[in-house]
Design a protein around this ligand. Structure first.
Ligand code: SF4
Length: 311
């Protein structure tokens, strides 16, 4: 599978798919199975260990389906993001938690989790597939072509990998497919019910995402609520190391305890008691999961001004 390093070649040494098992990347995998786009040597699922049950169920059916077409689906992982975050002995990896500062301003913690739990394992796997595991230098010209499931409605998120041995391509953008087209295609192929891929307790969820977890995955909801309470004063590791974290931390962007937030959409809530403001619209917004290669910086979250006044 690996090409010689002594003969630089413009072609990729192999093709892989960054499979999140959400809507877009699932569609890309099926397209490769059908031969609409070039087939993959492997599809890699970067597992944070904290996806909704529905995502793992979808991953299992995708794995079985792709195997029929000779495409292996491999899981890569750097650990369990939830367990690690609550483990006082584990170096904490910052999630983009919403912070209520002592002076009443709000902020957003740094986002290191995507890099640590998704990008890192995928880059590591790419190096190993090429035969040059870290810290060996990958020869110039030797690379993995990595397909990313970004649709036309998200094209601004399409990014390079940042390393020369991994080159990103975007088959859905080349085909002109938007998210709705992917949903229809999945349904046509017997993959209806595919949901967004993101950690159960991802602070980027909007109300629609939280509502979905509450209403479809009660165990996952209880898990997220418990996590939200556990991180109120910051990560246990930071606390035990004497690194005082100022302020309070929350999973919900309103900086309220998750199980106390009114998650009903404005249409179902009592409209006469509640103004539908830009702020509530932003809370309803639910970004498309967490693609490792389409980093949403905290500053890019609609309606969340890091200097916004709380209350
Ligand atoms: S889904 Fe959210 S919590 Fe999970 S890795 Fe991505 S940004 Fe971090």
């Amino acid at each position: 599978m690996t090409r010689s390093a002594s003969t630089p070649d413009p072609r990729p040494a192999l093709r892989c798919l960054s499979l999140g098992a959400g809507i877009q990347s699932s569609a890309v995998l099926l397209l490769a199975c059908e031969g609409v786009i070039p087939r993959f040597d492997v599809a890699l699922f970067a597992d944070t260990g904290w996806e909704p049950k529905a995502v793992y169920a979808n991953l299992a059916r995708l794995r079985a389906h792709a195997a029929k077409f000779g495409i292996p689906v491999r899981t890569v992982s750097a650990g369990n993001i939830r367990d690690d975050a609550l483990d006082p002995a584990h170096r904490f990896v910052s999630m983009p938690l919403h912070v209520l500062n002592p002076d009443g301003t709000r902020g957003l913690a740094r986002r290191q989790c995507t890099s640590e739990y998704k990008i890192g394992p995928l880059k590591k796997a790419a190096r190993e597939l090429l035969g040059y595991p870290h810290p060996r230098r990958v020869p110039r010209g030797l690379y993995v072509e990595q397909a990313i499931g970004i649709s036309t409605d998200e094209f601004t998120h399409a990014k390079d990998s940042g390393v020369q041995y991994l080159r990103n391509v975007f088959p859905l953008i080349e085909l002109g497919w938007d998210r709705a087209r992917c949903v229809d295609y999945l349904a046509e192929r017997g993959f209806a019910g595919t949901v967004k891929s993101a950690c159960l307790g991802c602070p980027f969820h909007g109300n629609a995402g939280w509502r979905w977890i509450r209403d479809h995955d009660p165990d996952g909801w209880a898990d997220a609520v418990a996590f939200d309470k556990a991180i109120r004063d910051g990560y246990p590791h930071a606390t035990t190391q004497g690194q005082e974290l100022r302020g309070q931390y929350f999973l919900h962007r309103s900086c309220q305890p998750l199980d106390e937030v009114d998650l009903d959409p404005p249409a179902r809530a009592k409209r006469h008691l509640r103004l539908v403001t830009a702020s509530t619209a932003a809370e309803e917004d639910d970004p498309d999961g967490c693609s490792p290669w389409s980093c949403r910086s905290g500053a890019a979250i609609a309606g969340h001004d890091t200097k916004e006044r709380a209350g």
